[in-house]
Write a protein that binds this ligand. Structure first.
Ligand code: NA7
Length: 515
């Protein structure tokens, strides 16, 4: 296979975020040649593109890092409990520099096509500049939230103001002072950017279609003593976390919300609310499995909204009522509900009066028009499968991945796909990924793939791929476990229901990293 005229690598990796960087480092340890292709100008993946004001991770910083190197870990100090995007991006640059990873990364390059050649048993990978490289293994590290979704609203091309999508934010800092800014979307991205815009802009118009549940981050700076002590037991905590459902060793639950008095239940919610963060979802072990328990949690959050937002009618519009808490990923905020007490912030209920079009000067809803200097789309992503399905990936017999996944993204372990030999997906559909601590999930996959590749070499084999029966059994298991929870009962990007025409399949694996 080395005789082909194209350049040859043992491994090609798509994407230089956490997954791509971790995989490249691990592949080098196996003494394999590798190249990473990355469409951005630098490393970071999701943390490169989502550079909007207020962007933060909802997993605690001390757990949102690689565990494979003690030196790496101790050489880095996280400043805050929930790190902002800039700090996470700096961390990923630190990882890349620590292992000279950039030498094997080709930036500003997208992969457009990858074809498995059955006779030579190699992948032929074509970039957007037409360059072809051959490789034994093709590994997707494209991330779960990397293809922004834009609503199909007429008129955007006539708009004279500036517009941005939070998931494709310009790399330079921007000043919104004195401007009238509109934000469409109130998921995590909207909930994070709105309070920051309200500090600067003359006015912020929030166009909300569905209210979301949000809990406070209660973010704070870490002291050096705290971080040092945390690092002393870091690997033990990581080991413990890797045996849990959500990949978090610090989370613990009370048994059932139905087994306690109203007063005790509220005390417990209060305790989790004050602690801050998404751990609220596990306050009781049955919040995500029992509708009644979930409704108690929902009522508690709606009560909090009422106590924070002074205008009662406004508080009511902010009440989420169309989904169980956590079935759409719960948001973690800093002063989100408080922001609606500011005079320069207006909430527009576009469920009541839907957006009709973008106009030359702003936006038109069913009953009003709004003049806006800047329009921000916080409208989410074609999540989990969207990026991979846009690449022309062809396995055995020319089968296209996008065809195979058109009705359901079938796979084995969220890692490999029948009919696509020597192709691995880091945190693909059917893996814990977005339901867990993503970095932990990524490290688990990186290690699995590395061992699998070594195993193939040890066997003297050329190829490995999932069998269809294994794939079927895994998908059935993923669905069976999901059905035991409330997750598939409501629309969300976990299900693909935010994208028109996308198959409705609950994609993440709820069984946990440990399983
Ligand atoms: P999300 O959570 O998918 O949120 C997107 C938001 O955009 C949501 O409120 C949508 O309302 C809204 N949206 C989408 N299209 C429209 C139109 N046409 N009109 C009005 N509103 C619209 O994306 P995020 O980026 O906030 O967060 C994604 C994940 O990133 C998050 O869960 C964290 O894991 C990090 P809808 O609910 O569809 O009515």
């Amino acid at each position: 296979m080395r005789e082909t005229e194209n350049e040859f690598k043992d491994v090609i990796i798509i994407g230089a975020g956490f997954a791509g960087l971790g995989m490249l480092h691990r592949v080098r340890q196996l003494n394999l040649s590798a190249r990473v292709y990355e469409r951005a100008t630098n490393v970071g993946g999701t943390w490169y593109w989502n550079s909007y004001p207020g962007a933060r991770c909802d997993v605690e910083s001390l757990d949102y890092q690689f565990a494979f190197s003690d030196t790496l870990q101790r050489g880095w100090r996280w400043n805050e409990r929930f790190a902002e995007q800039k700090e996470i991006l700096a961390y990923l640059n630190y990882v890349a520099d620590s292992f000279n990873l950039r030498n094997d990364i080709q930036f500003k390059t997208s992969i457009e096509k990858a074809v498995f050649c059955e006779t030579k048993k190699i992948w032929q990978v074509v970039t957007d500049s037409g360059e072809t490289t051959n490789a034994t293994y093709l590994i997707s590290a494209v991330g779960c939230l990397s293809t922004p979704s834009m609503p199909k609203l007429p008129g955007l091309s006539s708009y004279v103001g500036r517009w941005y999508h939070t998931g494709n934010w310009p790399q330079q800092d921007m000043d919104f002072s004195g401007l009238n800014v509109g934000v469409i979307g109130t998921g995590s991205s909207g909930i994070q950017i709105i309070p920051e815009l309200a500090k600067q802009a003359q006015s912020v118009m929030v166009f909300q279609r569905s209210p979301n549940f949000s809990v406070p981050a209660n973010n704070h700076r870490h002291t050096k003593t705290f971080t040092d002590e945390y690092y002393d037991s870091f690997l033990a905590k990581r080991e413990q976390a890797s045996r849990t459902t959500y990949g978090n060793a610090n989370w613990s639950s009370y048994p059932s919300a139905l087994d306690v008095t109203d007063q005790r239940r509220n005390e417990i919610y209060e305790e989790y609310w004050n602690k801050g963060g998404a751990g609220f979802m596990v306050s009781f072990a049955d919040v995500l499995t029992n509708p009644k328990s979930n409704e108690f949690a929902a009522d508690f959050i709606r009560g909090k909204i009422d106590s924070i937002v002074k205008d009662k009618a406004l508080a009511n519009i902010l009440h989420p009522t169309d989904h169980a808490v956590g079935t759409k990923r719960i948001c973690v905020d800093t002063n989100y509900y408080e922001t609606f007490n500011k005079e320069n912030v207006t909430l527009v209920d576009v469920r009541q009066c839907p957006i009709q079009s973008i106009t030359k000067t702003g936006l038109l809803t069913l009953d009003d028009s709004y003049d806006l200097d800047v329009l921000i789309f916080a409208t989410g992503f074609d999540a989990i499968t969207g990026t991979l399905m846009r690449i022309d990936i062809r396995g055995r017999g020319g089968m296209k991945l996008s065809d195979k996944w058109a009705k359901s993204p079938n796979n084995f372990l969220g890692l490999s796909v029948a009919g696509f030999p020597n192709f691995f997906v880091i945190t693909g559909p059917g893996s814990p990924s977005v339901l867990s601590n993503m970095v932990l999930s990524i490290e688990q996959h990186v290690e699995w793939i590395a061992r699998c590749i070594s195993f193939v070499a040890e066997q003297g084999a050329k190829c490995i791929e999932a069998t269809e029966p294994a794939e079927k059994a895994w998908v059935a298991h993923v669905n069976e476990i999901a059905q035991q929870t409330l997750f598939p009962k409501n629309n969300s990007w976990y299900l693909g229901s935010n994208i028109e025409g996308k198959a409705r399949v609950f994609m993440p694996y709820v069984g946990g990293i440990g399983q």
